[in-house]
Design a protein around this ligand. Structure first.
Ligand code: NAP
Length: 266
């Protein structure tokens, strides 16, 4: 009786290691600058989850030597006030980057485009102004949303070529799915975008060379959604009690695919 033993040779793509390398590059770059590039973050109203992200950005700025100025505005602030404040920052040569933390409070949600577009495109570090999004669409150099850019960096640093590959992206937000799909297309990948209304998700995801999921729906991608020799990048981050969970059933999926990024650490 033959005993068949199968070994999994799945490579773990470590975002942490790549991050460490880039922190060093950025620290060196900043230390050589005569005028330190100041980042301004504006938050309108209170939002606990957003505050966690802002604190991370402030901490990361410290690590790089980039001063971060944080402005918290009252929830009932007017559109005109916000636009005037952003205008002042646009004209301040010491300020190199401006972030308006999203989501906005309910009464300002309808003005999101006006608020973001008040930012000078060269200072729009989130890459969300219409000028930068248009550049992304037309494959011109501009500032692109950081998560999408980070995923492209992960693929490049892992020597995973996207040109000519079928890449399936699950999620279609401007911040992640759409921007990423456009970057992939700009680098000659064949891109399929899936979302919550997609039928036969598993059939589509199984056909990918590279599967990238960004939904915030833990356990969405199971062993039935993947096939051998695939690369799976899990962008999803959902906090479930003490734990952070991705979109992928890591335990099962890592037994099948060739490369995978874990959550956390991916
Ligand atoms: P979002 O705006 O809520 O978008 C989620 C997307 O997922 C939507 O397009 C939605 O489809 C799709 N979706 C939801 N449930 C689905 C399902 N059952 N099947 C297929 N598609 C489904 O979220 P986001 O801002 O793009 O963020 C997505 C995830 O990435 C979140 O977990 C977030 O925390 C994480 N994230 C991680 C980083 C990072 O640095 N790792 C950065 C940013 C975000 P519809 O459009 O049809 O609703």
């Amino acid at each position: 009786n033959a005993i068949i033993i199968t070994y999994t040779t799945c490579m773990i793509i470590s975002g942490k290691e790549i991050q460490t390398k880039y922190i060093k590059i950025l620290q060196d770059k900043v230390s050589e600058m005569e005028h330190k590039p100041v980042l301004v973050i504006i938050q309108i109203g209170e939002n606990k989850a957003s505050r966690v992200y802002i604190n991370q950005k402030i901490k990361f700025g410290k690590l790089l030597g980039v001063p971060v100025e944080f402005y918290q505005l009252e929830e009932d602030v007017t559109l005109e006030f916000i636009q005037k404040l952003i205008g002042d920052f646009n004209h301040d040569d010491d300020i190199c980057g401006i972030i308006v933390q999203l989501p906005l409070p309910q009464h300002l949600k309808q003005f999101q485009f006006e608020i973001i577009d008040a930012i000078e495109p060269e200072k729009d570090v989130d890459g969300l102004t219409s000028t930068n999004l248009k550049k992304l669409m037309s494959n011109e150099e501009g500032i692109v949303p950081a998560t999408a850019k980070g995923i492209m960096t992960m693929l490049k640093e892992s020597d995973l070529e996207v040109r000519g590959k079928h890449v399936v992206v699950v999620g279609r937000s401007v911040l992640v799915g759409r921007s990423l799909s456009q970057l992939l297309l700009n680098q000659d990948a064949t891109v399929t975008i899936c979302h919550s209304k997609t039928k036969n998700l598993a059939t589509i995801t199984k056909s990918a060379d590279i599967l990238i999921t960004a939904t915030g729906y833990p356990g969405l991608i199971t062993k039935d959604h993947v096939s051998e020799s695939q690369t799976v990048i899990d962008v999803g981050v959902t906090s479930t009690g003490e734990l952070l969970e991705g979109d992928v059933d890591f335990e099962e999926v890592s037994k099948i695919v060739e490369n995978i990024s874990p959550v956390p650490g991916g």
